[in-house]
Write a new protein. Structure first.
Length: 558
């Protein structure tokens, strides 16, 4: 891993010097306007675009030259990098060492005889005083890497890492641009996209699979170390000229509030009965940052109504990923489908309610099978957002005099206890108020009677309090108008749900038509809104509602 960093950084610095020098000269040229339009066109190209437009034999001459020169100097790079990698990677792996392993260190490390190859390039001229370059690198190496591992039971295992296959895009940012040579103050590098990272683990003179849990623990350790240490938006900053470059480092920029509401029409993975679905959500696929929902047993249309919070570090490039699994008990969970949404598609401070179609693979969009849909409610809250916006899931509260006194004390344990107490109290904050729901009308309901009509009415209830109301019956109509208002006393608005079920009234009973499930976050934030909602479970039909919120925020007693 450190080899990738050192190699890419060294090459990139040289390329960056050339790019910065050309840019400086062009700024004084009379052809500035013409060149700017060309640069703008290049800026819109990705690495994938360059590979589609330029097959391998037509790569830029300097990129071909770079690969040829790298092959020539590879033996020297291998020798020089081995010791550096050993000393720099061991501390990183130690941070992610699983509990089953007592210690680890490299006993042998050489990078082999196969040099990496650069297979794509993209150069972007940023508008904020920097240049960004992306290089795609491919390496099917034959290194010789042996890690001495000691388990907690005293067993020593020399584990060999073999058959490394890596393809990824490295991003290098030359910023800020300055007049002084080499024309940029610092270089930031990051693994922008990890397309493939494969390797084989083998105990020297034995079989690693014969020791339960060791192989998976080591593999997770390596992947977590790569993901958390150099994968975008994480970036490492190397100062080139003296200066303060703290603004280039990774910093959290906001919080994403996620409501996992429900899913529908999930694929059944069980031979007997139905799937037992649960969801895994994340922005960065690290074990301590991934959230897992509860399992809903024997259900293909589960309702979770669970709230999760994620730290956002780069809203322009990050995604929220949702993966749905079938819980198989003591066996490994079976994958059902996944979905993702780009955070840049969210309007800060506005609740976005959406259904996402589940697919088999987020990268390969060739799956036409219906795997179901997942219903999410998203709210992106940037730090320092103006215009009076406040995050309803993170309300403020005042510390008592005793808490302030303890907080300013010298005892670290007391301060930690207070931090734990305040965190607990934040979680206990509830939002209480009155919800007014006006059921206005419905349109295009499915026919339920022999005569092609229906006698619809709506049943409304809050999930937590189980308070119920229902509208009058409108006879012989597929487009009924009710205009009826119902008030609900809400005890915990941020975690309750409003469920509206539409039925067809019959003389001897009722027939289910469809339903809408709404969280209350939007009405709490906006105070009042009107909208149309499609009916879940019905082929056609929409329900028109007017919601209004009268707030009364309180805190639960400790």
């Amino acid at each position: 891993m450190s080899f990738f960093l050192g190699l890419v950084l060294g090459i990139a610095c040289g390329v960056g010097l050339v790019i910065a020098f050309v840019r400086s000269e062009n700024s004084r040229s009379k052809l500035r306007c013409e060149l700017a339009s060309i640069v703008a066109a290049l800026a819109r190209m990705t690495v994938e675009d360059s590979r589609k437009l330029l097959p391998g034999q037509f790569y830029p001459s300097w990129l071909t030259w770079l690969n040829l020169e790298l092959m020539k100097i590879w033996p020297y790079v291998n020798e020089a990098a081995s010791e550096l990698i050993k000393t720099s990677v061991e501390p990183i792996l130690e941070q992610y060492r699983p509990a089953i392993i007592a210690s680890l260190k490299f006993s042998k490390l050489t990078l082999g005889t196969v040099a990496p190859q650069f297979t794509g390039v993209s150069i972007v001229e940023e508008g904020d005083g920097g240049i960004t370059m992306e290089l795609e690198m491919q390496w099917d190496g034959n290194p010789s890497i042996i890690i001495d591992i000691k388990t907690l039971v005293g067993l020593a295992l020399p584990v060999q890492v073999k058959n490394i296959g890596f393809t990824g895009v490295f991003r290098l940012i030359f910023k800020p641009l300055v007049e002084e040579f080499p024309c940029f103050g610092a270089v930031s590098y990051s693994l922008r996209e990890k397309k493939k990272l494969d390797f084989t683990l083998k105990v020297v003179g034995g079989d690693l699979s014969s020791i339960p849990g060791i192989s998976d623990a080591i593999e997770e350790m390596i992947r977590d170390a790569v993901e958390d240490s150099i994968t975008w938006p994480v970036r490492k900053v190397i100062p080139i000229l003296p200066g303060d470059y703290s603004d280039l480092e990774l910093k959290p920029v906001g919080i994403l509030e996620v409501k996992l509401v429900q899913a529908k029409e999930l694929t059944n993975k069980d031979i007997i009965g139905k799937s037992d679905p649960f969801a895994v959500l994340y922005i960065r696929p690290l074990r301590d940052r991934m959230k897992t929902s509860k399992t809903i047993n024997n259900q293909l249309n589960p309702v979770w109504n669970e709230h999760f919070e994620f730290e956002v570090e780069d809203a322009s490039t990050q995604h929220l990923v949702v993966k749905i699994y079938d819980d198989e008990g003591i066996q490994a969970a079976e994958f059902i489908g996944c979905a993702q949404i780009r955070l840049k598609d969210l309007e800060p401070g506005k609740v976005k309610d959406l259904w996402l179609k589940l697919v088999k693979d987020l990268e390969i969009q060739r799956d036409n099978k219906n795997r179901g849909q997942v219903h999410l409610e998203l709210l992106y809250c940037p730090y320092g957002m103006e215009n009076g916006f406040t995050n309803p899931f993170a309300p403020k509260f005042s510390m008592t005099s005793l808490e302030k006194a303890l907080k300013t004390g010298t005892d670290g344990a007391e301060a930690a206890d207070i931090e734990r107490l305040t965190t607990q109290r934040k979680k206990d904050v509830i939002v209480r108020g009155v919800l007014s729901v006006t059921v206005l009308s419905a349109e295009d309901l499915p026919a339920m009677d022999v005569m092609g009509k229906a006698d619809p009415y709506v049943v409304l209830h809050l999930k937590k309090t189980e308070t119920k109301n229902k509208t009058r019956v409108v006879n012989d109509s597929l487009n009924p108008v009710w205009n009826q208002t119902f008030d609900f006393v809400v005890e915990d608005g941020l975690h309750d749900m409003l469920i509206l079920e539409v039925y067809d009234h019959d003389t001897f009973g009722k027939d289910y038509i469809g339903r809408c499930i709404l969280t209350l976050t939007r009405v709490i934030m906006e105070g009042e809104y009107k909208d149309n909602f499609p009916l879940d479970g019905a082929k056609t039909g929409r329900l028109s509602l007017h919601l209004k919120w009268s707030p009364q925020p309180i805190y639960r007693d400790q």
